[in-house]
Design a protein around this ligand. Structure first.
Ligand SMILES: Cc1ncc(COP(=O)(O)O)c(C=O)c1O
Length: 376
């Protein structure tokens, strides 16, 4: 059987990873400043993570959500403590799209309404409802276009108020820092206004922290800088350091009911072991502080390179904006200098999403490679 060919592939086959590096089948070493798309949070093959998963799979890899699983409670407790959101309730699932899908469904259940507001350049996933609130028409099938959704621009308070006044909006969903969309972040003032207007019109505010959350920006959640408390927070990517796990955190005023949400695999024993190990490592190794500190270092190093016109993002969610399209620069970094980086819908933006335990010396290696690539 052949694979369904939906991915344009680089001709590289990573077979192992260690810290901030991956290695191909010939043992060629690559610096991973992409983290497999912001997924690798505590580094490849972190010994504590490997031990936790290996020990868990030897004991019990999976049982269904029809029995007690204390690992889910341990994960929820540790997540609440480290994020400062211990009053929220946790529902576990398997991916970012699934987390957002559940968030939208829950908002609709809670409010009894169905329309969802999203923003220009948003990416919330590829499944039924979340692709409808993603700003990319080319990935929406006719089936996905049945949802009642409205796209607005960041900072347009007037349009937002006008839509919310129709009193049919279940939720407003936004990425606090846009990933695929190119590191755009709305102002604190706008985000606080959105939060206030949602309260006023009884719509739920969903913060999609799938990419920007879990310590990546130096805060546990990127919204924390803006002084709001979203009704629902969605998480995935860095949560399992590569093991598929996602979740939504819900404000306690959203009441659960048996059968309201559900999943076969979500919150299974292995996923919880991965999630707990990630939280322990983030805490023990002070990786949130590391993310914040390294942003300052990148800022200094980026200032040495005149072709970089703008530095975007926060912590270790970084965009380097050039005054030219970066597709060939990215290829050169990968094939000539063995550095993985990311792209965005803004074709001039190079995205940097490394493991959170990366060090200054790794960025030194990157900036030397970047200088050489720019001078070629
Ligand atoms: C902000 C954001 N939300 C949701 C998703 C979807 O996550 P997943 O690919 O795990 O379904 C992504 C994936 O890139 C994302 O960046």
């Amino acid at each position: 059987m052949e694979l369904f060919d939906v991915y344009p592939l680089y001709d590289i086959t990573p077979v192992k990873g260690k810290g901030a590096y991956v290695y191909d089948e010939n043992d060629t070493k690559y610096l991973d400043l992409y983290g497999g798309h912001a997924v690798i949070s505590v580094g490849h093959a972190h010994p504590k993570y490997v031990k936790a998963l290996s020990e868990q799979v030897e004991k019990l890899g999976f049982y269904s959500n029809s029995v007690k699983n204390p690992l889910q409670e341990e994960l929820a407790k540790k997540l609440g403590d480290l994020s400062g959101c211990s009053e929220y309730k946790l529902f576990l699932c398997n991916s970012g799209a699934e987390a957002n899908e559940n968030a939208l469904k829950l908002a609709s259940f809670h409010t009894g309404k169905s329309r969802v507001i999203y923003f220009e350049n948003a990416f919330h996933g590829r499944t039924s409802g979340v692709v409808a609130v993603t700003d990319n028409e080319s990935i929406k099938a006719p089936f996905n276009q049945q949802h009642s959704v409205t796209k607005l621009a960041f900072e347009d308070v007037e349009a937002l108020e006008k839509e919310l006044q129709k009193e049919d909006v279940a939720a407003v969903i936004f990425e606090v820092i846009q990933g695929v969309g190119g590191l755009e972040e709305a102002s604190s003032e706008f985000i606080r206004t959105v939060s206030d207007l949602c309260r006023k019109h009884e719509a739920l505010l969903i913060a999609d922290e799938v990419q920007c959350g879990y310590g990546r920006t130096g805060d546990f959640f990127a919204f924390q800088k803006h002084g709001i408390k979203p009704d629902i927070i969605s998480v995935a990517k860095g949560m399992g350091n590569g093991f598929p796990v996602g979740g939504i955190l819900m404000n306690p005023r959203i009441q659960p009911k048996h059968g309201l949400l559900g999943t076969t695999f979500g919150g299974n024993h292995l996923a919880c072991a991965a999630g707990i190990a990630v939280l322990d490592i983030l805490k023990e190794e002070n990786l949130l502080e590391n993310a914040e500190k390294l942003f300052q270092y990148v800022k200094e190093r980026a200032a040495e390179i005149p072709q970089i016109k703008k530095l975007k993002g926060r912590g270790l969610m970084i965009g380097l904006e050039f005054d030219f399209e970066i597709a060939s620069l990215r290829k050169e970094l990968l094939f000539e200098h063995r550095v993985f980086t990311g792209a965005a819908s803004n074709k001039k933006l190079l995205r940097i999403l490394p493991p959170l335990n990366i060090q200054e010396e790794h960025f030194d290696e990157f900036f030397e490679a970047l200088k050489k690539a720019l001078n070629d």
